[in-house]
Design a protein around this ligand. Structure first.
Ligand code: DON
Length: 562
C-alpha cells in the first residue's frame, strides 16, 4: 500500500512540475504590425504592404487578391465576404461584399417537380453560383480607406500568379480529394486535374492576365467590361443563369456591426446577412452569468453551458435570420439580456435539453465548405478582420480556365426548402428563402474585441456552421481560461448547432472520461464527422502593447509582422 502511495505521490509531483515548467505556447510576437492568414505568401504580401507605409485597409485589399492566387481552395475573386474594422481612433464599421442571388433565381430553383431538393444542384456547377462580390469589396475598401496607389495593391498578386505558388502537403491532399468533383463540374480539363505533388509550383497566368486587366481598367472591367462578358459567357455555356445585368447591378453594402458587452470586453462582429454577430452575441450573453473560469476549460460544466447556449442561438438563427434588405430581423430583441435570460430558463446541469424541445424563441416582429479568414493590425493601430469565401472547397468546383479562377457555390447558403439542411446541416426558413438579388445568410464571423476601450483581439475563421462557435471558443480561451493567442487557437474545439442534436468534437483531442460523462447527461457526441472545427487566425494585443499572432496549425496558416 505504502509503495502505491509513494508512486502516486511521485506521479503527482511529476505532473505538477510538468505543468509549471512547460513553456506556454505563444505565436509570433511583433512590436508594430501583424497579419495572419491561410498562406505564408498572402501574409508576406500583407506585411510588405504595411512596411511600405500602407494601412490595414490597403493590406486587406492586397491580401484578398493574394489569397485568390495562393489559396484557390477558398481565397477568391469569384466569391464574397465580410470585413469588420476598428480604426485607431476607435471608429468601427463593417463591409458586406457577400454574393447575391441572380435576377433569374427563383424560390424553388433547386427543387424537382415533387418539391424535393435536387442533389448537388445548389453545390456543384454553374447553377450554384451567386453574383461575386469580392472585387467590388476590395475596391470599395481601397476607395474609402486606402492610402497606397491601387498598383501597389494589385501588382504583388500579379507577380505571384506569374511566378507561381509552391504546393504544400495539405494542398496536395486537398487537390487530390476534390479531383473527382472537378471532373464532374467542368466540361474541359482544368489546371487542377494534374497530379500536383508537394513541392511543385503551380503558375496562374490566366489569373495574372485577369488581374492585369482589372489594374488597367478598374473594377468595372470585372462587372461591366470585357471580363464581365467572358465570365457570363462561360457561366451560361455551363448551364448557369447569371447575366451581364447581374454583374452590372452588383453593389457592396456598408453595414453597422453588431456590438455587445461580455464582462469587460466589447465585441464587434458582423451583422446580417451574416448570422455571425447576432449568434455570437446571443451565445455569449446566455453564458455570461456562469463562471466558466471556475468550471475550467473544456470541462463537463463549461461544455454543457456553451452547448446549451449554442443550441438555442442556432434555433433562432434558422428562423429569424436572413438578408436585412429583404426581411425584418428583430435584432435588438434577439440579443437583449431579458430575452436571452428567458431562453436559458429551462437549462439544467442535471440533463441535456433536447433540440426537439427547443424551437426559435418568441419574438414580436414589428412590421415596418470553404472559407478563409485573415486578421490585420497595422502600425497605426487600425484593425481589420475579414472572412471571405466561395463556400464549399473550391466553391462550385467550376473553374473558368479563361479567367483563371473558381466560382462560388454560395447559393447553397440559402434555404432551398424550409426544414431541409444545406451542406453544413443548417436549416433555414422563409427568412432565408431564395429571392432575386437577395444575399444568402452566412455564418461568417469576422470579429474585433476591445478591452477597456482599447483594441484587444482580432479573430475569425472558416468552417461553415462551426465558424461562430470557433470564434466564441477562441475569445473564451483567452478571456476566461487565460490562454495565449496561440494556445487559444490550438485548443481542441467542440460544436453544437441545434440540429442535428449532437456535440461535434475534434477527433482524439477530448478524453474518454469527459465524453462518457457528457453522454451520461444525455448528450450525443459525434467525434467522427469533424476532422476540423474552424481554422482560426487571430491577433492579440498584449499588456505591453506587443502583438501576438495565432495562426492555426490545422492549416498552412502563417503570421507575419514586424
Ligand atoms: O457564409 C457561410 O456561412 C458559408 N458560405 C461559409 C463556408 C465555409 O466556411 C466553408 N469552410 N469551411
Amino acid at each position: 500500500m505504502k509503495k502505491i502511495l509513494f508512486v502516486l505521490l511521485l506521479f503527482i509531483t511529476y505532473v505538477s512540475c510538468k505543468n509549471t515548467i512547460e513553456p506556454r505556447k505563444t505565436g509570433l510576437i511583433t512590436k508594430n504590425a501583424m497579419v495572419v492568414s491561410a498562406r505564408s505568401e498572402a501574409s508576406e504580401i500583407g506585411s510588405n504592404i504595411l512596411k511600405k507605409d500602407g494601412n490595414a485597409f490597403d493590406a486587406m485589399a492586397a491580401m484578398q487578391l493574394a489569397l485568390a492566387v495562393a489559396y484557390p481552395y477558398a481565397g477568391n475573386i469569384g466569391g464574397g465576404g465580410f470585413m469588420v474594422y476598428r480604426k485607431s481612433n476607435g471608429d468601427i464599421g463593417a463591409l458586406d461584399y457577400r454574393e447575391k442571388a441572380p435576377l433569374a433565381a427563383t424560390k424553388d430553383m433547386y427543387l424537382d417537380e415533387n418539391g424535393d431538393v435536387i442533389p448537388e444542384k445548389s453545390t456543384l456547377g454553374a447553377m450554384a453560383i451567386g453574383v461575386p462580390g469580392s472585387l467590388a469589396g476590395i475596391f470599395a475598401v481601397h476607395e474609402k480607406f486606402g492610402s497606397l496607389p491601387i498598383e501597389d495593391i494589385i501588382k504583388p498578386s500579379i507577380d505571384l500568379a506569374y511566378k507561381g505558388v509552391i504546393v504544400t502537403q495539405k494542398q496536395e491532399a486537398r487537390i487530390k480529394k476534390y479531383q473527382p468533383y472537378f471532373l464532374k463540374a467542368n466540361k474541359d480539363s482544368i489546371l487542377f486535374d494534374k497530379a500536383w505533388k508537394m513541392g511543385d509550383t503551380i503558375k496562374y497566368p490566366a489569373l495574372a492576365n485577369t488581374l492585369e486587366r482589372i489594374l488597367d481598367h478598374g473594377v468595372n472591367e470585372f462587372y461591366k467590361g470585357g471580363t464581365a462578358k467572358r465570365l457570363v459567357k462561360f457561366i451560361q455555356e455551363n448551364g448557369g443563369v447569371l447575366t451581364e445585368e447581374d454583374l452590372a447591378k452588383y453593389e457592396v453594402k456598408w453595414r453597422k456591426p453588431v456590438t455587445f458587452k461580455y464582462d469587460d470586453l466589447k465585441i464587434i462582429s458582423m451583422s446580417p446577412p451574416s448570422s455571425g454577430g447576432i449568434c455570437l452575441a446571443q451565445i455569449m450573453t446566455m453564458i455570461e452569468p456562469y463562471d466558466l473560469n471556475k468550471f475550467g476549460h473544456n470541462s463537463v460544466k463549461s461544455i454543457q453551458v456553451i452547448t446549451e447556449a449554442e443550441r438555442r442561438a442556432y434555433a433562432d438563427r434558422s428562423f429569424y435570420l436572413g438578408d436585412p434588405d429583404f426581411v425584418n430581423i428583430p435584432g435588438d430583441t434577439l440579443i437583449s439580456k431579458s430575452y436571452l435570460k428567458d431562453r436559458m430558463i429551462d437549462f439544467s446541469f442535471k440533463k441535456a435539453t433536447l433540440s426537439s424541445d427547443v424551437s426559435h424563441g418568441d419574438v414580436q416582429v414589428v412590421e415596418s465548405d470553404e472559407t478563409t479568414h485573415y486578421s490585420i493590425v497595422d502600425q497605426f493601430g487600425n484593425a481589420v478582420s475579414v472572412t471571405t469565401t466561395i463556400n464549399g472547397a473550391y466553391g462550385s468546383k467550376l473553374y473558368c480556365s479563361d479567367l483563371g479562377f473558381f466560382l462560388n457555390n454560395e447559393m447553397d447558403d440559402f434555404s432551398s426548402k424550409p426544414g431541409v439542411p444545406n451542406m453544413f446541416g443548417l436549416i433555414g426558413a422563409v427568412a432565408n428563402s431564395i429571392v432575386p438579388e437577395k444575399r444568402m445568410l452566412s455564418t461568417m464571423t469576422p470579429t474585433i474585441v476591445e478591452k477597456n476601450g482599447k483594441l484587444f483581439m482580432v479573430v475569425g475563421t472558416p468552417g461553415g456552421s462551426t465558424i461562430i462557435t470557433s470564434v466564441l471558443q477562441t475569445i473564451l480561451n483567452v478571456h476566461e481560461y487565460n490562454m495565449t493567442m496561440q494556445e487559444a487557437v490550438n485548443a481542441p474545439r467542440f460544436h453544437h448547432q441545434w440540429l442535428p442534436d449532437e456535440i461535434r468534437i475534434e477527433p482524439n483531442l477530448f478524453d474518454d472520461t469527459l465524453i462518457f460523462q457528457l453522454e451520461k447527461l444525455g448528450y450525443s457526441i459525434n467525434e467522427k464527422d469533424s476532422p476540423v472545427i474552424g481554422k482560426v487566425d487571430g491577433i492579440l494585443v498584449l499588456d505591453d502593447e506587443l502583438l501576438e499572432g495565432g495562426a492555426d496549425y490545422r492549416g498552412d496558416d502563417t503570421a507575419v509582422g514586424f
